[in-house]
Design a binder for this molecule. Structure first.
Ligand code: B12
Length: 336
């Protein structure tokens, strides 16, 4: 992909006149900068966002250095998933990118793409590996490609408002799974939050320090692998008790089986990113807590007021009328 394009290139790619594109640039409808020589240039990430927001058809994607297949229409998510899986298995970086960005431009939300295309493709690759039909290197390479795609999607989505609430998170010790973790980060960004991903394999002790230093409103824990269940539950409980009430802990990931979750307390467990998106938006909605993303950034830390009163940690209201018990707070967020 090119990193920036000229108005002429964009005009050819979407089959409109160059003067129209220049006008959009000058009206600020599309973010533009000028070269030293005074020529307009548009970062490709802004082009992708513009096409998505304004529903322009990408007739000649190759003019922008994008794969020609990106302009093709009519792929549904299941078909896209198998195309994506095949591209991952073949190490076809371009094919994998075009599958995802084509859907993104056609208005599919990143959460849908991650839940319905990327994650299932990786699950299938795991199944193929288990029966010896895919090599370890193919699995690792697939993760690398996914990470690059997630990184690029992160560049394309609008940056969060500077005063938006902060979310931090990562995976616990002994969990090297960085792809789901990057997906959670992207989901929260998409929901309008500022995020500060901490990476993978984090001891609870360091998560505690991160909360103290960064004062987030939300902490996510993505758990794909647990070495020692008893130890995990014990250390998590200690961490949960020491976490200030103003910090909502959201957990998810395939290692959090029913049995493990029964022993945990959390603000919400979401089994997919769509639910997380809804939850993150509802947490920031004025209807829930009188504050909006873009409003007050820091929640008061310190006394664990909601817990002490037996109130719901999210709404601050009395249980059980307004909020499920945290222990059964699965899929807390309503589905759309
Ligand atoms: C890639 C991979 C690895 C890589 C990971 C590298 C990396 N960079 O991430 C590595 C090499 C580390 C690895 C190692 C192992 N792996 Co592995 N791995 C996978 C594979 C193929 C993909 C994982 C992945 O990224 N999935 C995609 C993510 C996005 O999907 P997801 O986790 O379901 O996430 C979704 C939801 O859970 C949710 N979600 C996830 N996190 C969160 C967090 C929050 C807050 C929320 C709200 C939601 C949420 O949203 C996501 C999108 O819908 C899986 C197959 C599979 N089924 O996933 C096997 C798999 C998980 N691995 C498996 C195994 C057996 C292993 C090993 C034990 C192999 C070995 N003998 O060494 C080791 C364990 C090492 C360890 N310490 O963990 C098995 C696990 C079986 C089991 N249930 O125990 C699987 C299922 C493969 C299989 N079919 O057998 N693995």
């Amino acid at each position: 992909m090119k990193s920036q394009v000229s108005p002429k290139q964009l005009a050819r790619a979407i089959q409109v006149s160059e003067s129209s594109v220049k006008r959009w640039c000058d009206q600020g409808r599309i973010d533009t900068f000028r070269t030293a020589g005074g020529h307009r240039r548009i970062p490709l990430t802004h082009v992708l966002r513009f096409l998505r927001d304004h529903s322009y058809e990408l007739v000649r994607p190759e003019v922008l250095g994008l794969p020609a297949s990106m302009g093709e229409k009519g792929s549904d998510l299941d078909h896209a998933c198998s195309r994506f899986r095949q591209a991952l298995l073949n190490g076809d970086d371009t094919g994998a990118h075009s599958t995802i960005f084509e859907l993104f431009i056609a208005h599919d939300d990143p959460t849908v793409l991650m839940d319905r295309v990327m994650a299932p493709a990786l699950h299938e690759i795991g199944d193929l590996w288990m029966v010896g039909a895919a090599q370890v290197y193919q699995e690792r390479r697939a993760c690398e490609i996914c990470l690059r795609i997630l990184h690029e999607l992160r560049q394309v989505i609008p940056p969060p408002n500077e005063s938006a609430w902060l979310a931090i998170g990562g995976t616990p010790e002994c969990d090297p799974y960085y792809v789901p973790n990057a997906m959670v980060d992207l989901t929260l960004r998409w929901a309008g939050w500022q995020t500060n991903p901490l990476g993978v394999a984090l001891p609870f002790e360091t998560l505690r320090s991160a909360i103290e230093h960064t004062r987030p409103r939300l902490l996510w824990l993505s758990v794909s692998h647990i070495d020692d269940e008893e130890r995990f539950v014990r250390e998590y409980e200690r961490f949960y008790q020491a976490t200030p009430a103003g910090v909502a802990i959201v957990v998810g990931g395939q290692a959090l089986t029913e049995g493990v979750r029964q022993q945990m307390q959390y603000a919400s467990f979401c089994d997919n990113l769509r639910h997380l998106e809804t939850f993150a938006k509802s947490l920031a909605s004025p209807a829930v807590n009188g504050k909006q993303v873009g409003g007050d950034r820091e929640m008061p830390l310190g006394a664990n007021v909601a817990k002490a009163k037996g109130d719901c940690p999210l709404t601050g209201r009395q249980r059980p009328d307004d909020c499920e018990d945290e222990r059964s707070a699965e899929n807390h967020a309503p589905t759309r």
